[in-house]
Design a protein around this ligand. Structure first.
Ligand SMILES: CC(C)(COP(=O)(O)OP(=O)(O)OC[C@H]1O[C@@H](n2cnc3c(N)ncnc32)[C@H](O)[C@@H]1OP(=O)(O)O)[C@@H](O)C(=O)NCCC(=O)NCCS
Ligand SMILES: [Zn+2]
Length: 278
């Protein structure tokens, strides 16, 4: 047992985000393991990868043993479902720790969208038939895209169905650290401060949206190699049964500074992209 006297006993690693006590051998060993996962990826085991492949979950294949696999609600049912949930949970925990984000409860992660929501989302712009929209109700709210290198997960995108999002009006370095304010032009709701000090101004009125990027993460050693871009392409292409979702209808949840840069690059626009709150 360690007694916290409020001193510098506990430390938060600046790379993986884990809080631990360096002088505690057990804690230190746990941090070492966690840190290695953040840096080099999370080992999911050959069995997991084979099982995803067998279930038709591979949506993109690259060179060098890389691929993107999707895991969704239907994969978490049945005999292999519990193991699937555990593996996805391991990956999301590494992401959550680095981002210092709130945990998404399992009951939410694997929930379904209601028929009305599914119909509302899918029927937009007559893009799909009603029977396809009804069928959608059998599917979950989230889909998780895992970028695999061999049996290691080195990138992940957690995508969810959403119905509306707010246009980013200003994404400016000068806003960093600004106070939320209402004294903005009428169209602006507020200046919202996101985690890691990203500050953006968003429109007052929501726009229609379909696909929310709840979490996106690339293993530290593999950044700036296009992995997050590939994951976003896969989500846009695959989320709605092969119907590519327009980038206009895709929004990011609470973007960090690097997430904001990624969004701007992927959407090829400085402002006018969308964010949503979970
Ligand atoms: C944001 C993140 C997912 C990007 O992953 P990635 O695999 O490195 O992204 P990509 O290689 O596909 O980047 C595509 C483009 O986005 C922009 N970009 C990505 N990361 C950036 C960064 N840290 N700073 C500035 N621009 C960045 C660049 O324009 C890049 O293109 P370029 O390399 O040709 O310049 C990754 O940095 C990460 O996991 N960060 C920690 C978690 C996080 O903040 N997630 C975002 C939550 S919204
Ligand atoms: Zn660490």
């Amino acid at each position: 047992m360690t007694i916290d006297l409020g001193g510098p006993l506990q430390k938060r690693c600046r790379v993986c985000g884990m809080e631990y006590i360096p002088s505690n051998a057990e804690d230190s060993a746990l941090h070492k393991k966690f840190h290695a996962q953040n840096l080099g990826g999370i080992e999911l085991g050959k069995g997991f990868v084979e099982s995803v492949r067998a279930g038709g979950g591979v949506v993109w294949t690259g060179d060098d043993e890389t691929c993107v696999a999707v895991v969704e609600k239907k994969d978490t049912l049945g005999a292999r479902g519990a193991a699937m949930k555990r593996r996805v949970g391991d990956v999301l925990e590494v992401v959550r720790t680095e981002l210092g984000a709130v945990e998404i409860a399992e009951s939410e992660l694997w929930s379904s969208v209601s028929t009305k929501e599914a119909l509302d989302v899918l029927a937009q712009g007559d893009r799909v038939t009603t029977s396809e929209a009804v069928k959608a109700n059998r599917f979950g709210r989230f889909k998780i895209y895992l970028y695999l290198h061999g049996s290691k997960c080195i990138g992940v995108c957690l995508a969810e169905r959403i119905s509306h999002a707010y246009k980013v009006l200003e994404f400016d370095d000068q806003l960093q650290g600004a106070e939320p304010t209402a004294a903005k032009p009428d169209a602006v709701a507020s200046c919202i401060i996101m985690p890691k000090n990203l500050a953006i101004s968003i429109a007052k009125k929501p726009d229609d949206a379909m696909l929310g990027i709840s979490r996106i993460w690339t293993s530290t050693s593999y950044r700036k190699q296009g992995i997050a871009t590939t994951l976003l392409d896969c989500a846009a292409e695959n989320f709605l049964y092969g119907l590519r979702v327009d980038k206009q209808l895709i929004a990011f949840s609470q973007p960090t500074e690097s997430g904001g840069c990624l969004a701007r690059r992927w959407l090829a626009t400085k402002n006018g992209w969308h964010v949503y709150t979970e």
